[in-house]
Design a protein around this ligand. Structure first.
Ligand code: BJW
Ligand code: ZN
Length: 256
């Protein structure tokens, strides 16, 4: 059992602005595989890092499309877990709350979180590899053409998921808002991320540069751990509900 420090409980219950960065680990307890832990079944022989690149798509668009199709189906078949719900509840308790995610699975939104800053896009959306336009009728395009991936209605370019691959830039507005929140919050959480992928991994350092206390929630240590003010070394699905219940002992029961 991981002990939650009283100092952290106090900081959270008194915070005016909490900023949270999440990664794949927060969805692990929903059954969504993380990036850098073993994948299962059909896709176990592929390295996700090798598939999440424009080069991989250019070399083998069908393989990459089918991998995302598999992940899209997987994500739609699972439910948000207690960690996603605890963050939605935290948002309702603090005056200002900024939720920044690297995840493309939409599980925060399905747990009731509003205004989520999506740094790496969303797997549900599809766009054109060439002209960048969003495609809305992907299923229909696929069925009528029989092409995998289907092609753009405007320029006949290949369609791809609207996510950010290695070497691609993050949406500027999302990144600016994430930097701003990380520098201006009074408590910063890094939850379920290996802290290996930039620029997302630089957000905790932004908070620390302003002497803002930082918290890592992760069963494993990461390159960020050494700099963190608090470490909660365990699964987010257990620790976040505990933390919320300790910070707001009376109110959390009343609203459920
Ligand atoms: C639990 C748990 C439980 C398990 N509870 N926890 C600076 C330095 C070095 C390199 C770079 C740099 N700046 C840019 C780069 C290059 C590159 C990069 O970072 N490379 C590094 C890998 C070295 N970055 C980029 O290319 C980015 N673009 C960019 O910077 O553009 C400007 C530019 C352009 C051209 C040249 C140079 C600069 C884009 C990065 C895009 C990342 N995209 C992906 C795929 C998204 C789509 C998809 O989902 O398919 O995003 S890769 C993948 O990694 C995905 C994730 O969002 C991201 C982060 O992974 P995450 O979430 O941390 O997952 P894991 O699996 O790594 O970790 C899970 C953690 O959970 C583990 O720690 C577990 O212990 C933990 N856990 N169970 C809590 N129950
Ligand atoms: Zn196009």
């Amino acid at each position: 059992m991981v002990a939650i420090p009283n100092e952290l409980i106090e900081l959270l219950s008194e915070a005016n602005h909490v900023a949270v960065l999440t990664g794949a680990g927060i969805s692990a307890e929903s059954g969504v595989p993380t990036f850098r832990e073993a994948q299962t079944g059909l896709w176990s022989r592929y390295d996700p890092e090798q598939l999440a690149t424009p080069e991989a798509f250019a070399n083998n668009p069908r393989l990459v499309w089918e991998w995302y199709d598999w992940r899209r189906q997987l994500v739609s078949s699972v439910e948000p877990n207690t960690a996603h719900y605890a963050l939605a509840e935290m948002a309702a308790r603090v005056p200002k709350f900024t939720l920044i995610t690297q995840n493309v699975d939409g599980l925060h939104q399905r747990a009731g979180s509003d205004g989520v800053i999506e740094l790496h896009g969303n797997i549900v959306r599809t766009k054109c590899f060439d002209c960048g336009r969003i495609a809305y009728n992907v299923q229909e395009l696929q069925e009528t053409s029989g092409q995998v991936p289907p092609r753009c209605e405007y320029c006949a370019g290949l369609l791809r998921p609207d996510v950010v691959w290695f070497g691609e830039t993050l949406p500027a507005d999302a990144l600016n808002r994430a930097y701003d929140a990380s520098r201006n919050c009074d408590l910063f959480f890094s939850i379920g991320t290996s802290g290996l992928v930039y620029p997302a991994a630089s957000l905790p350092a932004q908070a620390l540069s302003q002497n803002i206390p930082t918290v890592e929630v992760n069963p494993q240590s990461t390159p960020l751990s050494g700099a963190m003010t608090f470490i909660l070394a365990g699964p987010a699905g257990e620790l976040l509900p505990q933390l919320v219940a300790l910070a707001w002992p009376h109110s959390s029961q009343e609203t459920e």
